[in-house]
Design a protein around this ligand. Structure first.
Ligand SMILES: Nc1ncnc2c1ncn2[C@@H]1O[C@H](COP(=O)(O)OP(=O)(O)OP(=O)(O)O)[C@@H](O)[C@H]1O
Ligand SMILES: [Mg+2]
Length: 648
């Protein structure tokens, strides 16, 4: 079902026990099972009230920043931070209890106090375990919610962008945006931010407690450890920041190479490029491996150096602590200013002083990766659709289909114009065919009329209304486009046909199939209309795919039909069958037919010959023959060839 915006009805039907006309007959849930299904539904997350902000107008939502993204959840974030603070505090009870155990139980040989300390310790651990278990669940759920919203927001934005964006952008790169960039942000959300707060709090608590134990020792610890740590950390930040960026670039390359070779598999096999492909992929994956090894190496150096500093500092503290103890409390009085218990607790806690520092530097990387992802996603989310809808766009309900082009000039890349100064009038209900050499701009002209792109100069009017003033949805809902490369989604044939009109009944779908002459094809298929087809429809022949695309366009009963080489891959017999069907189907409709085969092209009311300059000749078949120009030449060649076939 994925990929079908309009036919999500099946899903709701199961959930809400509603039946919609046009779907499979649905008898309802047997009464004895209603209770259980309702209980199940109650546990299901409710996907039905997804609030989508979707428009073709320029500003979609505000600028995407980490803060604007998190703001709606600030109370929940604070809640999770409170849980984090609680766990960190509970975990620091230990060293305190060590001090009490030594000074008040072991040295005075008081077993009942020791027992009490043990009980208190176990109790604090149990509470810590429960709280942290709850915290992990809470934070993970919040993180998933954020990611869910973000994925939908990015996907929705992609849906509203214009065609030029998708042709200009490498598909692999968009995939990276949707997968690893969101993944990086997800890491930051789920572990990064929480850990950052947890470690910072833990550092503050530890320093607080250390100061309480002994001020001089704490200062020494900070003076010795802090500068060394700072130098090491800044080195690590610099080197690993670069390293991680490299890793991310490499993985993007791995992904796009994978995608390219998988979608071009047919060519790979037929040109025996398998070995070459493997070598190429091995190099790319090898680079990725090297990049990862490099960061692992940096981390290894850093963490062992940290460990060394850790041990060295502990030794220094023991020695200095020994002298402080002797000078402040030479009798080792357990009620003295500084006690043996306090020294041991200090050493115990000092070991934990390094952990937050090194995790914080690790988190810095995660933060950088997340921030890079935010910047890239911001770039994507702030790209407006290039074909914009006006604030006061008119929604036309009853399109007549009168199409005028006035001095239209258009280029894809602002350099060489594909169409120059094209003017054209197609009256409502008439058909026009575009013929001309490959690459002349026929498909481009059709795309401009469907407003997939906006012309650089000049205007296109439909029913005397500038196309730029018409609501895009109302325009597209009355156009039926059969593109040059028909695309079928993963799903059944029926779902693919219903794509153009989600509420079409099975009878209407069958009618459309009959109209394009594929009812026997459908009958032949093992499951009829329910036969699954796959992405790009590679299980069907090209001709069959074209016919399905044609049926899909007919099903929506469009006022204007645009057929771009819609019959170029079907056999002569099917083509003539479609032509007959077209005669009835086109009645009262405006049609734009792009065809290389003159047999198809000459059935239109007017024929326009397009070349690199724009429209070269235009008129009815007879007029153009009389004119004795390009079209007459084409016709002549075609006739001769046909005569040849007949004789042969
Ligand atoms: N998305 C695009 N970006 C840049 N250039 C493009 C794009 N699509 C088409 N072109 C260029 O515009 C020109 C016209 O292309 P168009 O597809 O309109 O030709 P056509 O007349 O339909 O050809 P054909 O008969 O082969 O279908 C070509 O030179 C093509 O290279
Ligand atoms: Mg074309």
């Amino acid at each position: 079902m994925k990929g079908f915006g309009g036919s999500g009805g099946h899903f709701h039907m199961g959930m809400g026990m509603r039946s919609r006309s046009g779907n499979l007959p649905f008898a309802g849930i047997p009464p004895e099972m209603v209770g259980k299904t309702n209980a199940l539904i109650r546990k299901e997350p409710d996907f039905s009230d997804l609030k989508l902000k979707f428009s073709y107008r320029a500003p979609d939502e505000g600028v995407f920043t980490l803060w604007s993204f998190l703001a709606p959840y600030k109370y929940r974030m604070l809640g999770s931070l409170a849980l984090v603070a609680l766990t960190e505090m509970l975990l620091l009870v230990g060293p305190y209890l060590v001090m009490i155990a030594i000074d008040d139980a072991i040295i005075p040989k008081n077993f009942s106090v020791l027992l009490l300390v043990a009980v208190a310790w176990v109790a604090s651990l149990i509470v810590a375990v429960i709280v942290s278990g709850y915290r992990i669940r809470y934070v993970a759920k919040l993180g998933q919610l954020l990611m869910y919203e973000l994925r939908i927001r990015v996907f929705t934005h992609l849906q509203r962008l214009s065609l030029d964006f998708f042709t200009g952008e490498k598909a692999g790169r968009l995939m990276t945006r949707m997968t690893s960039d969101i993944e990086a942000l997800s890491h930051l959300m789920q572990t990064g931010l929480v850990n950052f707060v947890a470690q910072t709090l833990s550092l503050i608590f530890i320093i607080g407690i250390l100061l309480h134990f002994n001020v001089e020792l704490t200062l020494i610890l900070i003076v010795i450890a802090a500068p060394v740590m700072l130098v090491m950390t800044s080195w690590f930040r610099k080197v690993s920041g670069k390293g991680y960026e490299n890793v991310r670039n490499r993985i993007a390359e791995v992904l796009s190479d994978l995608q390219e070779s998988l979608s071009g598999m047919r060519l790979v096999i037929s040109f025996n490029r398998m070995k070459h492909n493997v070598i190429n992929h091995r190099n790319i994956v090898g680079d990725y491996r090297d990049a990862n090894n490099h960061t692992a190496w940096i981390s290894a150096i850093y963490s062992s150096a940290t460990m060394f500093v850790d041990v060295a500092t502990t030794l220094i503290i023991i020695i200095i602590g020994y002298f402080i103890l002797l000078s402040v409390n030479p009798t080792l009085d357990m009620d003295g200013e500084f006690t043996v218990g306090a020294l041991i607790a200090f050493i115990n806690l000092a070991a934990r002083f390094f952990k937050p520092i090194s995790s914080l530097t690790g988190l810095y990387n995660q933060f950088q990766a997340g921030n890079a992802a935010v910047i890239k996603l911001r770039g994507l989310l702030s790209t407006p659709p290039s074909v914009l809808e006006k604030e006061d766009a008119v929604q036309i309900v009853d399109l007549q289909g009168d199409i005028k082009l006035r001095n239209v000039t258009f280029s894809y890349d602002d350099t060489a114009a594909v169409l120059k100064n094209v003017s054209l009038h197609i009256e409502a209900g008439h058909s026009i065919s575009f013929v001309g050499p490959t690459g002349a701009g026929k498909s481009t002209l059709a795309k401009l009329i469907a407003r997939f792109y906006d012309p650089d100069e000049g205007d296109i009017l439909i029913d005397n209304q500038n196309i730029r003033d018409i609501g895009l949805q109302s325009l597209h809902s009355q156009l039926g486009v059969v593109p040059q490369e028909p695309f079928l989604f993963h799903g059944s044939i029926k779902e693919n046909l219903r794509f153009s009109r989600p509420d079409a009944t099975d009878e209407e779908i069958m009618e459309a199939c009959k109209a394009v002459g594929i009812e026997d094809l459908v009958d032949r298929l093992p499951q009829g209309l329910d036969t699954p087809c796959h992405e790009r429809g590679s299980s069907l022949s090209s001709g069959e795919r074209q016919l399905l695309a044609l049926a899909r366009a007919f099903l929506s009963r469009p006022r204007v039909l645009i057929l771009d080489e819609a019959t170029s891959n079907v056999d002569q017999q099917s083509e003539s069958r479609i032509e007959h069907a077209l005669d009835t189907l086109l009645e009262g409709r405006t049609a734009i037919i792009i065809a290389h085969r003159l047999a198809t092209a000459m059935r239109a009311d007017i024929i326009a010959v397009i070349n690199n300059q724009g429209i070269m000749e235009m008129g009815t078949h007879e007029e153009l023959i009389d004119k004795n120009g390009y079209y007459a030449d084409m016709y002549q060649t075609w006739m001769e060839q046909n005569a040849g076939t007949v004789i042969a």
